[in-house]
Design a protein around this ligand. Structure first.
Ligand SMILES: NC(=O)c1ccc[n+]([C@@H]2O[C@H](COP(=O)([O-])OP(=O)(O)OC[C@H]3O[C@@H](n4cnc5c(N)ncnc54)[C@H](OP(=O)(O)O)[C@@H]3O)[C@@H](O)[C@H]2O)c1
Length: 185
């Protein structure tokens, strides 16, 4: 029997919702980390295959709860996801390492798509990942328009992340980061 494709999407009920729906259509079981269950259920209503969307409802600042809920959600899949898409606020620096610790893929390669804010581009922090992880970084930029600039829409962000997954791009800026002085305020 063919094994199921499994993805974790951290922050999947927000700007990454379109990514979750695309992954479902690609055949993935999608484990969605979020807090607001009502928002997750509304997202399921918009899905073609809602049973492939699985809720991990937890505040990712709560280290122990995050660890135990991710562990329990991954266990039916051998703790071996094929893909993690991560959008985590800077207020929770321990969240991604805690989640990565729960991945037990000792041989099978898998991908981490690390979505980061515009300002992270100038910090370039190092993310330590397991040996089997293929790390991909995505910066959220902004869009220059005739009379100024604006932040990206959810659709632009989701489509940008989908492009990164499809083309396996290593480091990408969605929109632009230049000129930085012209970013929206
Ligand atoms: N450079 C850029 O263009 C840029 C950069 C950053 C953000 N933005 C924009 O800013 C807007 C607001 O950003 P946002 O972060 O609110 O994005 P969002 O993606 O719309 O929402 C955040 C996501 O993370 C989850 N989440 C947030 N805090 C959490 C926590 N403590 N524990 C677990 N899950 C948590 C939310 O679920 P719950 O609601 O259930 O908690 C939701 O799924 C976005 O719509 C985006 O377009 C733009």
């Amino acid at each position: 029997m063919q094994q199921k494709l499994v993805a974790i999407v951290i922050g999947g009920t927000g700007m990454l919702e379109g990514v979750c729906h695309w992954l479902v259509n690609e055949g993935y079981e999608v484990l969605v980390i979020h807090r607001d269950l009502a928002k997750f259920k509304t997202m399921q209503l918009r899905s073609t295959n809602p049973e492939q969307l699985h809720s991990i409802s937890v505040d990712y600042h709560e280290d122990e709860q995050l660890q135990s809920k991710v562990r329990a959600a991954l266990q039916p899949y051998g703790s071996s996801p094929d893909l993690i898409v991560s959008w985590i606020h800077n207020s929770a620096p321990k969240a991604l390492p805690i989640i990565l610790q729960e991945v037990q893929s000792l041989e099978k390669p898998w991908k981490l798509i690390h979505v980061q804010s515009s300002s992270s581009f100038f910090v370039k922090e190092n993310t330590t990942v397991p040996a089997t992880c293929e790390y991909r970084r995505v910066y959220l930029g902004f869009v220059m328009e005739e009379h100024g600039s604006r932040w990206l829409t959810h659709e632009e962000i989701a489509n940008g992340v989908i492009k990164v997954i499809k083309r396996d791009l290593k480091e990408t800026v969605i929109g632009t980061l230049k000129p930085w002085s012209k970013r929206p305020r």
